[in-house]
Design a protein around this ligand. Sequence first.
Ligand SMILES: C[S@@+](CC[C@H](N)C(=O)[O-])C[C@H]1O[C@@H](n2cnc3c(N)ncnc32)[C@H](O)[C@@H]1O
Length: 217
Amino acid sequence: MNSSGKQVKSKQRVADHGEVFTAKREVNAMLDMVKEETERIESTFLEPACGDGNFLIEILARKLKVVAGRYADNQLDYELHATIAISSIYGVDILEDNVRECRHRLNSFFLEQYKKLFPNTCKEECKKSVEYLLGKNIIWGDALDYKLVEDKNVFITFCEWTAVDEMMIKRKDFTMQSLLTNDVFAEIADSYDIDDFLPPDKEYPAIHFLRLYELGE
Ligand SMILES: C[S@@+](CC[C@H](N)C(=O)[O-])C[C@H]1O[C@@H](n2cnc3c(N)ncnc32)[C@H](O)[C@@H]1O
């Protein structure tokens, strides 16, 4: 099902892009196969054909439940860990409307949870940083040639967000091509930090998590 409750938007989209949405029950049954990971705040998930986010929204819901369980009594800690949870969720889709809808769904879900816990004290900077993260992590791209749809000269770039020094986050950029075509990385990626083996294409100074949106681009 997509966010409007349909499994198919049009026959043309099925024919052109194989677009058939997965129902919530199946999504959860599959996620239960890696249940521990879905409940680990910082575990990384990438959906390379994410549609409007049926898998990603359930992963976010599971992670935010854990964040709320641990940090609901301290707003700053909740904000930091919710940001970490969101920053480790990635998606790619070839259709622009799916990408927009996916970002919107994840953002709305976060806002709903955040406002429920802190109805009078939600911070604009936190909302802006989460929106910024989703803009970077949910990518309008072609997962088969690793390039952006809007500019076929540009490779898809994933930003790795690492929490350092309590409230700070460090961004390192890796192209999808370098991640997937690196033989050494492919063999050991499961067990180690990416940049022990693969230098980032670009890195940024650490920044407070509530100011992430200031990184721009
Ligand atoms: C079967 S649907 C699955 C959508 C979503 N993962 C779900 O389970 O509800 C496949 C998705 O892949 C996207 N897609 C097709 N070819 C793609 C490509 N080369 N790169 C990225 N996304 C692609 C389609 O737009 C569609 O949203």
